[in-house]
Design a binder for this molecule. Structure first.
Ligand code: WTA
Length: 640
């Protein structure tokens, strides 16, 4: 059942008896001193636990009448009847405190330029852009697609949408035409916000050109707002395209803009992610429960303090960026750092130079980035002063103990605990994670967060024993949980809640050790994790099939030293086409331009047939086993 590749690199077999006790210096003054006590309390009354956090960490315009409504499972509702707006908590309320002049955001461009925003300044920019959106006809509930590079205007655009009750749909700037087009169409966005381009690795990513291609096929789009980042020439379509700076200079960019009063359950954003089959689906998150979930987890796990400088190195276009670059840190009134470019530009010490330059205290990144930087050796981090660091974090895929140790020793100087946070786009917040007071084992996210009940079960839903592999499920609702799939409530039920009664199916397999620590093994479905990015086999396959030479395609993930998984494609050509190295290269490039560079297969193999079940489903499992020289398993359903 489980993907074999993660097991090979994963920690489940390796690190079980390797303990790292909590650092006293870090635990001192941490929010959670007595983990066991709080875990017991939250376990006995998880609804009460979340209610207390909702009162303590965020403000509400009007209180709830009920914390959790589970009368229509699995369509759970949190903080029923409450009125709020996440922007009130992320910005507005700080303007009346000492945080008004505090830095909310520090940004560094790949070219070395730097910009900062106090909470006051952030509010001004967000309010102005919110007024611009209103002037463009954006109303409460309307969807706005945001397709930008890593610039401060990306969070500003997100917050501006949320402020007026519009629903943002951020599309990762590394995606390309087809991926963007599908997301604009599905969300029916009339307004798209983009950039002329983005700087990455010393080159320009042509965001506007890609957006133009996508929008050409999406007649719903009426307005395109373009932020000028690179200054290179881009075509602007009369009547449709407008420059960000032009709009922001007009009287319509009114800095006085009311924050819309939202129902706790009103949607905040859509975020597309890959599922088991078919097209990516839009996960819905809300204003109310989500803010409680992200604020609580960020405070307890990363222990963000007022004087901290916190850096989540993810891209804002993925859920990690939404919850832990934008919303979580701002709700806590923290100072968040954001970097535009590649970790190795111009040299492999770029990240460490920025930790030194800005005095970063908390660094949160992905195993793939750690492995990528690790290969350049210790000399690069050693040249820099990393003594400001207090806590480290990891997310996106299982971290192999070797990378964990390198990170802990060479970046954290054996002082900084590594918070390995397991969660998903769907969960909105950390679900299995240590807090700074928890003893660590490299490769394990330790135990479920307070109030979360995770279990590992077999095919029939029965809990498996210690050391046995099974499906990871979540047995209780949590406030930041997805509220469904946009436009497809049935898929929400069938994908997450139908395999087992009363349990949320994560799509991951895992084991639990004798200490109750969880070890994530990997996805059991057709979801790939390439450099921590979540992609679906189906998306890559449909990009391949859209090429005129391709009749059929199957895609699998195989172990990759840096990326975790690399994409391998098996292609059946149409009549009249012959396999060649040039054609393989052309197909790789085709996937890159349709979906984005991250989806480019490592290799394209031409085959005469694909292993299929009698009902015609491609057996990727068999392809994978063959590619790795492993036993093919049960092939009784394989067609002749
Ligand atoms: C994987 C990313 C092991 C997992 C926040 C999950 C992890 C999927 C970890 C969700 C971790 C994420 N250890 N595996 N710490 N964090 N995963 O939606 O397979 O992009 O199901 O959300 O990433 O990916 P997504």
């Amino acid at each position: 059942m489980a993907t074999t590749e993660v097991r090979q690199q994963g920690g489940a077999e390796n690190g079980q008896e390797e303990w790292y006790p909590p650092s006293e210096a870090v635990v001192q003054g941490a929010h959670i001193q007595d983990w066991d006590k709080l875990a017991r309390e939250a376990d006995a009354d998880f609804v009460g636990f979340w209610e207390a956090r909702a009162k303590e960490l965020v403000d509400w315009y009007e209180p709830w009448t009920k914390v959790l409504d589970d009368s229509n499972k699995p369509f759970f509702k949190w903080f029923v009847g409450a009125k709020t707006n996440i922007v009130h908590n992320a910005i507005d309320r700080h303007l009346h405190t000492h945080r008004r002049n505090k830095l909310a955001l520090i940004w560094e461009g790949e070219n070395g330029e730097s910009r900062t925003f106090s909470y006051h300044a952030l509010n001004r920019e967000v309010s102005k852009f919110a007024s611009v959106l209103k002037a463009l006809g954006v109303r409460k509930g309307d969807r706005v697609t945001i397709y930008m590079g890593r610039v401060p205007e990306l969070p500003i655009a997100m917050l501006a949408c949320a402020k007026i009750g519009a629903v943002h749909s951020v599309v990762y700037g590394g995606f390309s035409t087809e991926a963007l087009h599908g997301r604009i169409e599905d969300s029916q966005s009339r307004v798209v916000v983009t950039c002329d381009g983005a700087f990455l690795n010393g080159k320009i990513v042509e965001l506007k050109r890609i957006a133009d291609e996508a929008i050409k096929r999406a007649p719903i789009v009426e307005h395109v707002v373009v932020f000028r980042r690179t200054g290179h020439e881009v075509p602007m379509e009369e009547g449709r395209d407008m420059w960000w700076h032009d709009l922001m200079a007009l009287p319509i960019a009114d800095p006085r803009c009311k924050t819309e009063v939202m129902d706790a359950e009103d949607p905040l954003y859509l975020l597309y992610t890959s599922g088991t089959t078919g097209r990516p689906k839009a996960i819905i998150h809300t204003h109310g429960g989500y803010q409680v979930g992200v604020a609580t987890t960020l405070q307890y796990v990363f222990d963000v303090c007022d004087e901290d400088r916190y850096w989540c190195a993810a891209d804002p276009g993925w859920v990690t960026g939404h919850s832990y670059i934008v919303y979580g840190p701002l709700i806590l009134g923290a100072t968040s750092f954001m970097y535009e470019g590649a970790p190795t530009y111009p040299y492999p010490d770029r990240w460490w130079a920025m930790v030194e330059r800005y005095g970063i205290n908390i660094l949160y990144t992905a195993p793939t980035a750690i492995r990528g930087l690790m290969r350049f050796g210790e000399a690069w981090p050693n040249r820099r002063d990393l003594s400001s660091l207090r806590l480290l974090g990891s997310v996106g895929e299982p971290i192999n103990p070797e990378a964990w140790r390198w990170y802990y020793t060479n970046i954290g100087k054996s002082r900084c605990p590594v918070m390995d946070t397991w969660w998903q786009t769907e969960t909105g917040m950390f679900m299995i994670t240590p807090t700074p007071s928890v003893p660590l084992k490299p490769g394990s996210g330790t135990r479920p967060f307070f109030g979360i009940e995770a279990d590992i079960v077999d095919e029939h839903g029965k809990s498996v024993g210690v050391g046995e592999e099974g499906f990871l499920v979540l047995r209780r609702p949590w406030p930041a949980m997805l509220r469904g799939i946009y436009g497809d409530p049935e898929r929400y039920v069938s994908q997450y809640w139908s395999k087992y009664k009363d349990a949320y199916l994560t799509g991951d397999s895992a084991k639990r050790d004798k200490d109750g620590y969880f070890w994530i093994i990997g996805r059991v479905d057709d979801v790939l994790k390439v450099s921590g990015y979540r992609l679906g086999t189906a998306e890559v396959e449909s990009a391949l099939v859209s090429h005129p030479a391709v009749a059929e395609a199957a895609v699998i993930g195989l172990p990759h030293e840096i990326k975790g998984q690399g994409i391998h494609a098996f292609v059946l050509l149409r009549q009249g086409f012959t396999p060649s190295a040039e054609l393989a290269e052309e197909l790789r490039a085709h996937v890159g331009s349709e979906m984005g560079p991250i989806a480019k297969p490592e290799e394209v193999k031409f085959v005469d047939s694909l292993p299929k079940t009698r009902s015609g489903k491609i057996m990727r499992r068999v392809l994978k086993a063959r590619a790795q020289g492993l036993p093919e398993g049960d092939i009784s359903t394989l067609e002749e």
